[in-house]
Design a protein. Structure first.
Length: 156
């Protein structure tokens, strides 16, 4: 697998997910993570219009940041499969750990090897795979954890 192009992934995410633009989420890094994994980093500025009743970002904004980072992983890892399958989020679980304040960073990592997922798709199995996300302040203080389970649904 080649090193993903952060500019291309960011542009694809901005086009495919207009709501990420609404929150001004940006993809700042996409890299290989180990032998056959992908890591993506997304950031969201502090925006008072997206705050909750205690002054931090609304839970939905945090979820969107994490889900967007997970989608960047999926685009980077499986963008070459889009001609035959569409990526879809199947389910997600988020744990809010502490109040998030200021600009936030979500770091997402693919939970399975890319080749393993593509092999399942090749055999006609609709693969499912997790993308694990940590959301933190820019100083590295964890604020939330998110797991998004994705699938690649073959075109009909």
């Amino acid at each position: 697998m080649t090193v993903p192009d952060v500019t291309g992934v960011a542009a694809a995410m901005q086009q495919a997910v207009p709501f990420a633009r609404t929150l001004d989420i940006s993809i700042v890094d996409v890299t290989m993570d180990g032998a056959d994994g992908v890591r993506a980093v997304a950031e969201m500025p502090d925006n008072p219009a997206a705050h909750n009743h205690v002054g931090g970002p609304h839970a939905g904004a945090l979820f969107t940041l994490g889900e967007t980072a997970s989608g960047a992983v999926v685009m980077a890892a499986f963008g070459d499969q889009l001609g035959r399958a569409v990526p879809l989020a199947v389910r997600a679980e988020i744990s809010y750990r502490r109040l998030a304040m200021g600009r936030l960073r979500a770091t997402a990592r693919l939970g399975r090897p890319v080749a393993e997922v593509v092999d399942e798709l090749d055999t006609g199995v609709r693969p499912e795979f997790a993308v694990n996300v940590e959301i933190a302040t820019l100083d590295g203080t964890p604020t939330a954890e998110l797991t998004v389970v994705w699938t690649l649904r073959p075109h009909r």
